[in-house]
Design a protein around this ligand. Structure first.
Ligand SMILES: Nc1ncnc2c1ncn2[C@@H]1O[C@H](COP(=O)(O)OP(=O)(O)OP(=O)(O)O)[C@@H](O)[C@H]1O
Length: 290
């Protein structure tokens, strides 16, 4: 069993009342695992904690939280030899669901105790590594408002999405995908390393974590009927067949929004640059995942 450091984000997900250290002691301790738990104290702290855990010689550094926590732990491990483990405790758990990591704690811990490691691609957006999805448009706008909502979980996410849908207007955008230029309106421009946003909302169901490419989903406008089609397509995993979105696949992209727009990469929203530069690194650093 690998020596494991758990990085726990106590603010992630809807089930914060669980006594996670006690649960880990019960399930992982029973497997006689050599482990330690380190708690995050602020946003961004998991990057630092993960880097330190790798330097301390832990073979596996496991994020306990959602996509934001995984992204931070993963960023901290880039360039090290430690493997990224996942114990899904977030609101959406997009990467965990893509990787079919069990959502139940005992099963997720058992999987970590007998890991089967493989490598995965890492996306980079304006210098920020991301592991699941990143993008510009309505999803980034909703992420920003969700972060300020005061509570987490699916119901908060849906409430914020419906509220913001009434006022959000598409952004004109110029996108270059491996040299091919698109001038269009952008309601959603998603760059997917993995297939879903979380909660089984499949924005790019054909995305492959090991193909060295980003799947790009462009939705230029979202009137009510199309919004219903997109919601259904994401839930059923057949959005590419619905004609409600356009799909591309690329090694890299540049995007210039026509007005200042936030962008997101897995639960973190970033500033409003005039240009976004994306690329996909194929297994660039040693980053095996469970
Ligand atoms: N101790 C902390 N206090 C406040 N914020 C924190 C703390 N630790 C981590 N964070 C921030 O919490 C944010 C949300 O965490 P995370 O994304 O893991 O949970 P989630 O949003 O509930 O799940 P998901 O992203 O899967 O929907 C992260 O962006 C992270 O930076």
């Amino acid at each position: 069993m690998p020596k494991t450091c758990f990085i726990l984000n106590p603010t992630a997900g809807p089930s914060r009342h669980h006594d996670m250290p006690a649960l880990i002691a019960r399930h992982f301790g029973a497997l006689e695992g050599d482990y330690e738990i380190r708690l995050t104290e602020y946003a961004g702290h998991a990057v630092e904690l993960a880097r330190m855990a790798a330097a301390d010689g832990f073979e596996v550094v496991a994020a306990i939280g959602g996509d934001g926590t995984i992204n931070e732990v993963g960023r901290g491990l880039l360039g090290t030899t430690a493997a990224l483990g996942i114990v899904p405790q977030g609101s959406g758990n997009g990467l965990a669901r893509h990787l079919k990591v069990p959502l139940g704690l005992p099963a997720a811990l058992r999987r970590l105790a007998t890991p089967d490691f493989s490598r995965m691609d890492v996306g980079v957006i304006n210098g920020h590594p991301f592991f699941c999805t990143a993008g510009l448009g309505f999803d980034a706008h909703v992420s920003q408002h969700f972060a300020q909502a005061g509570s987490r979980g699916l119901s908060t996410y849906l409430r914020v999405t419906l509220r913001e849908y009434r006022s959000y207007r598409p952004v004109p955008v110029r996108v270059e995908l491996d040299g091919r230029i698109e001038e269009t309106n952008c309601y959603v421009l998603a760059f997917a390393n993995a297939s879903q946003y979380g909660n089984n909302a499949y924005i790019a169901p054909r995305a492959d974590l090991r193909d060295g490419l980003l799947d790009v989903c462009l939705i230029d406008a979202l009137p009510v009927v199309r919004a219903l089609k997109v919601s259904l397509g994401m839930a059923l995993g057949n959005l590419p067949q619905s004609n409600a979105a356009e799909y591309f696949r690329c090694l890299g992209a540049t995007s210039r929004p026509g007005r200042p727009s936030v962008f997101t990469s897995m639960a973190t929203t970033w500033g409003t640059p005039l240009s976004l530069k994306l690329s996909c690194c194929r297994w660039p650093w040693r980053l095996p995942c469970n």
